[in-house]
Design a protein around this ligand. Structure first.
Ligand code: TXA
Ligand code: MG
Length: 360
């Protein structure tokens, strides 16, 4: 573990029309048991051929990921879904029809073909068909599902560029396909369809409201999906670990009502004043940046509250940037838990290690 390889190959590819030779070269590395990071529409993934136990084990080693935290299988066809899932109920197919390829991961009973290393011994498997042309071309070229977690060191913010991947895993993996910045900048939404009602295991780039609309029923949103507390390992193994975190301490300031940003901003100001002597960063928004003028803090603007898509897209990038700026304390504004705001709050709360301050 930890030994850096000579070099990680970087294949620069056009995100819409990837060079078939680069895709073939990457697929060859995968089929030979190597690890290749690749872009998806959400974040970069770290891929291994899903049927190769040694290659899959290496994912855990290089990421320093606990081996009981299972991986998502990435497929390029619905036939592959039927191969890895023992059962695909009609409501799963409804979601597949509507949202695949796209940022929705379905948890279903696994078939015997899925190896233990992928699911961490669980009887369920997580599957998604990514919408990125490079990811789809790569899976097709490999000819079977690719197991891939996000291509970051365990605990770090997920990578939205190939540079982020190299920061964490450069020299540890064989190659990365570099297609520039990812679209959503936030991981897929994970829904467990093995329970009734379905359970949201992780909010992500597809709002859970859209899933509920297609299902015609409610999806259970447990506290851990909101980033509050931990779940049972059997249900949501990934929620037990601190995640997405910069090295700096991070505090989230949450309001009861985001229609009045006054209390939020004054609480942020108070925290900055109390942190005298430390290097402080504020993750703010277009609506609030003017309220922090003159404070001894670096402002990182995520976007406008009216465009939560942009806020979500910039979040992981900002969580990496605070470290390169040498911040010691990051104060992050909260967001309303609606639409993509639910995923943004899940990531912020986890990144903070649950250090939440109520605006007053
Ligand atoms: O957008 C995404 O989902 C990205 C891209 C690369 O596809 N992938 C990603 O993978 O975020 P990862 O490993 O960082 O997060 C996957 C989450 C983990 O929290 C894991 O615990 C959960 O999915 N998971 C995987 N298999 C599961 C299973 N069988 N049952 C329950 N949860 C599962
Ligand atoms: Mg991850």
């Amino acid at each position: 573990m930890g030994a850096r390889r000579a070099e990680t190959l970087v294949f620069k590819v056009d995100p819409e029309r990837p060079d078939p030779e680069a895709v073939k070269a990457a697929a060859r590395i995968l089929r030979g048991g190597g690890l290749v990071a690749f872009p998806t529409e959400t974040v970069y993934g770290l891929g291994a051929v899903a049927s190769n136990p040694r290659a899959v084990m290496r994912i855990f080693e290089v990421k320093r990921r606990p081996p009981d935290n299972p991986l998502i299988l990435h497929v390029s066809s619905v036939e592959q879904l039927f191969e890895v899932a023992r059962e695909v109920p009609p409501h799963a197919l409804k979601l597949v029809d509507r949202f695949w390829p796209g940022p929705l991961t379905l948890v279903l009973p696994k078939s015997e073909r899925v190896i233990r290393e992928v699911t961490g011994g669980l009887g369920k498997v997580a599957v998604r068909m990514p919408a990125h042309p490079v990811a789809l071309a790569l899976i097709r070229e490999v000819g079977e599902p690719i197991a891939a977690p996000s291509a970051n060191l365990s605990g770090r913010p997920s990578p939205t560029t190939a540079q982020h991947v190299l920061e964490d895993l450069g020299g540890l993996i064989e190659a990365v396909l570099d297609a520039g910045e990812t679209l959503h900048g936030l991981e897929s939404t994970i829904v467990d369809l093995t329970s009734d009602p379905p359970v949201l295991l992780r909010p992500g780039a597809l709002p859970v409201e859209a899933v509920e609309e297609v299902l015609g029923r409610r999806v259970l949103v447990p506290d851990f999906a909101r980033g509050l507390g931990e779940a049972d390992r059997a249900l949501a193994p990934g929620t037990r670990y601190r995640h997405y975190a910069p090295s700096a301490q991070l505090v989230v300031v949450e309001a009861l009502d985001y229609s009045d940003l006054g209390p939020l901003a004054s609480t942020v100001r108070r925290l900055v004043e109390e942190a005298r002597g430390r290097r402080v960063c504020i993750l703010c928004t277009e609506e609030t940046e003017g309220l922090y003028e003159g404070l001894p803090a670096t402002l990182l603007k995520l976007g406008s509250r009216r465009e939560i898509f942009t806020v979500a897209r910039n979040l992981f990038k900002a969580l990496r940037e605070v470290d390169s700026l040498g911040c010691e304390l990051v104060i992050a504004e909260g967001f309303e838990e609606r639409g993509l705001g639910l995923a943004v709050m899940n990531r912020l709360r986890k990144a903070s290690g649950f250090q939440i301050v109520r605006a007053s």
